[in-house]
Design a protein around this ligand. Structure first.
Ligand code: NOJ
Length: 720
């Protein structure tokens, strides 16, 4: 980077204040019917050197055209970089992040990010606003769909895999895009799951639950970070010097760019911490935010902030330096047109689609399967595929669709028709996703009556989750419950495909249907993947990355809770419980069935003790005790039963996969490092306390599903 340093300093020396602030200004393109376009007035901004980067612009010809203006028609010829929300695929759409998390598979997470990066770069993009790393424990919050669910350790593994996948080995490569770890931090804890609401989490929760995924992203080399819209205890993250500057930059050593969220700097005014744009700009800049996305607060506020002495020129220069350094890392100074369309050969497209199908089937969670209703090994003579989500290809896109096209998605109906070409397959929607009209229910009921098998496709529309998608009643919208009730009463086996961006609270549906598959939003190959699972071509292996409650009143509910002084005792009123329902969720974290059965035995550790800096192996025998081959996801949890502070009843610390033939047994080995047992001490620094720890291995965070053993942490410090 030496040469680049000189170039950056040379540019800084040559820049006017306006040009410097221009590098910190990010504007969005227009989204027209035909795709994104460059608004005419931005061209003037660009030519005047008042624009450093753009978002929502893609398409190689357009990008080259705009880049050419930056390079050839601005005084200093500094190239732009282009960002976009490539969240779960660009043109090829993969399952939503919550679904992909259910695969518990870092290799898969990395692979889909790599493909997304290749396609995004081919469209001229240089940065993605992903991965989203908000630990999410509230199904009311729509953005849980974009998250990896409730667990910090799992989300941290997603962070590493996604950063590696997007950025590749070299950020300057033709097919690399810069990653943006977002939204720093604790956005998932918005009050009552309401979008953009306040957050008040303890310092401990912040450091133990919400920050670790970001720390993992920084360690993996994420090029950018986006502060969250929300506040923590009254301090909006966009102005949170304590988190952004003192922790992430100073202590963690993050030297990439911080990009504000959309209009977030201006929103410091309605947050009530800035009187005007000048104060807002100063607060954000001082906290460490380099790039102002769409608020033009830096443009309008920083000159006056400088005059008022609220910021220094050195502080502005530091931001500009980081933006230019990112452009250098992306290789844009060497070749501003570096991201070029690779030839999208039929072979390449087919391989991306193949990966999408694989990712999708590995994300489908088999929630219930009464009497082995699934798989349906031989094609039924007559099938009724019912419900509003059965045949809307576009819905398969999910909440963030990138450059995906509805017409390129495979609907469930289309996938099933391909899988069972000789069956008679009838389809009726019955009701719309959200409408009061029930006039189509009788026709759907009739089809159900005449069929040998019913596949009922109900759930949410894709716009109902994602940003701005909070729901106080996360159940089936519209009159879908009435449709389901009628169809379930037709006396035929009903398989439900439950489409959603969150756990949907429909306990009655799980009780009454023969089988339920949580299919989330699976992307381009949804229909094929679903058919693979229904027919048994693929044996499901996904597991819930989030606890699935019975009722809204249980939220927030998650497995890593702290023990209470008064554990539940049904016969004792003054114990920790509800009077009117169970404490237990409907499905635990890690729940997910298979077409086979796995037995666990002989849990052991390679050593009885471990010290700081050491690891032990944890071994368990896993047997496929069923009649078909399958892949088991093995989870390792720990608990520190007596510590200086109360520790969670279970904490995920490891995962492994075993693909086993019927009857096959394998010894599976997981590694447990002493560091994974540390927790923030009173000074919030990691602290490893000596003493006994409990180790649990099994398929899910449910006491009756786990084997248990013990080990001792032997620390050099004296025992308490
Ligand atoms: C707002 C969202 O919070 C963020 O996740 C996204 O990257 C930006 N808009 C840009 O689209």
């Amino acid at each position: 980077m030496k040469g680049h340093d000189a170039r950056i300093e040379g540019l800084l020396g040559a820049m006017t204040l306006e040009e410097k602030i221009g590098q910190l200004n990010m504007l969005t393109a227009d989204l027209a019917v035909t795709g994104p376009g460059m608004p005419a007035d931005y061209m003037a901004e660009l030519k005047a050197g008042r624009l450093g980067s753009m978002l929502n612009l893609y398409g190689i010809d357009l990008m080259r055209q705009v880049q050419r203006v930056a390079v050839e028609e601005t005084r200093l010829g500094i190239p732009l970089f282009f960002g976009f929300d490539v969240i779960h695929g660009h043109r090829t759409i993969f399952p939503i992040p919550l679904a992909e998390a259910a695969a518990f598979d870092p290799e898969l997470w990395e692979k889909t990010a790599r493909i997304a990066a290749v396609e995004a770069a081919a469209d001229g993009l240089t940065l993605t606003f992903a991965p989203m790393l908000d630990v999410a424990r509230d199904p009311r919050w729509g953005r849980i769909a974009e998250s990896a669910g409730e667990d910090p350790w799992l989300t941290a593994r997603v962070a590493e895999a996604k950063v590696r996948g997007f950025q590749g080995k070299d950020l300057a490569a033709q097919d690399a895009v810069a990653a943006t770890a977002k939204h720093l931090a604790a956005y998932g804890a918005v009050l009552a799951g309401r979008e953009y609401a306040q957050v008040d989490v303890s310092e401990r929760a912040l450091h133990e639950i919400y920050l670790p995924p970001f720390r993992a992203a920084v360690a993996a080399g994420t090029a950018a970070i986006m502060p969250a819209f929300n506040d923590i205890a009254g301090v909006p993250l966009t102005a949170h010097a304590g988190v952004l500057r003192d922790l992430v930059r100073a202590r963690w050593g993050f030297d990439g760019v911080m990009i504000s969220d959309y209009n977030a700097i201006a929103e410091l005014i309605p947050h009530g911490v800035a009187a005007d744009l000048v104060e807002a700009a100063a607060l954000a800049l001082k906290a460490g935010v380099d790039i102002d996305m769409m608020a033009t607060a830096y443009k309008r506020g920083l000159p006056a902030a400088l005059q008022r002495g609220l910021v220094t020129l050195a502080e502005i220069d530091a931001c500009v330096r980081r933006v230019l350094a990112l452009k250098a890392r992306l290789g844009l100074f060497d070749d501003p047109y570096r991201r070029r369309a690779p030839v999208m050969t039929a072979e390449r497209i087919a391989s991306h689609r193949h990966a999408a199908r694989e990712a999708a089937r590995r994300s489908i969670v088999l929630m219930t399967n009464r009497g082995g209703a699934l798989p349906v090994a031989s094609a039924p003579a007559r099938v009724a595929v019912l419900g509003p989500l059965a045949d809307i290809a576009e819905e398969m896109l999910g909440p963030w669709s990138g450059a995906g096209r509805g017409e390129e998605m495979v609907s469930y109906l289309a996938g099933l028709r391909q899988a069972w070409p000789r069956s008679r397959i009838d389809h009726a929607r019955g009701v719309e996703i959200e409408s009061d009209d029930t006039s189509g229910i009788p026709a759907a009921f009739d089809l159900a009556r005449q069929a040998d098998l019913v596949i009922l496709c109900v759930g949410e529309a894709r716009w109902m989750s994602g940003e701005g998608g909070s729901r106080a009643r996360p159940g089936l919208p519209g009159r879908q419950a009435a449709l389901a009730d009628a169809v379930l009463g037709a006396g035929k086996p009903v398989i439900v495909l439950l489409t959603s961006g969150r756990p949907l609270l429909v306990p009655w549906l799980f009780e009454r249907a023969e089988a339920v598959l949580a299919v989330w939003y699976l992307g381009s190959e949804a229909g094929h993947a679903v058919a693979d699972v229904i027919t048994g071509c693929f044996n499901p292996s996904a597991r819930l990355p989030v606890t699935w409650p019975v009722e809204v009143g249980q939220i927030p509910i998650f497995y890593a809770r702290l023990p209470t002084g008064r554990p539940i005792d049904p016969s004792f009123r003054y114990s920790s419980k509800y009077l009117d329902m169970a404490n237990e969720p409907l499905f635990a974290f890690g729940h997910g069935l298979s077409y086979t059965r796995f037995d666990y035995a002989n849990l052991s550790t390679s050593a009885p003790e471990l010290r700081a800096g050491e690891s032990i192996a944890v071994e368990v025998d896993v047997t496929n005790a069923g009649a078909v081959a399958g892949t088991e996801t093995i989870l390792l949890f720990v608990r520190d039963p007596v510590a200086s502070i109360s520790r969670p009843v279970l904490e995920l610390r490891g995962m492994a996969k075993a693909t086993l033939a019927p009857g096959e047994r394998r010894s599976v080995r997981l590694t447990l490092a002493a560091e994974a047992l540390a927790f923030p001490g009173p000074d919030l620094q990691p602290r490893l306390e000596p003493g006994e720890i409990e180790i649990f291995v099994g398929p899910a965070a449910r006491a009756d599903a786990l084997l248990k053993t013990k080990a001792r942490v032997v620390a050099s410090t004296a025992k308490r």
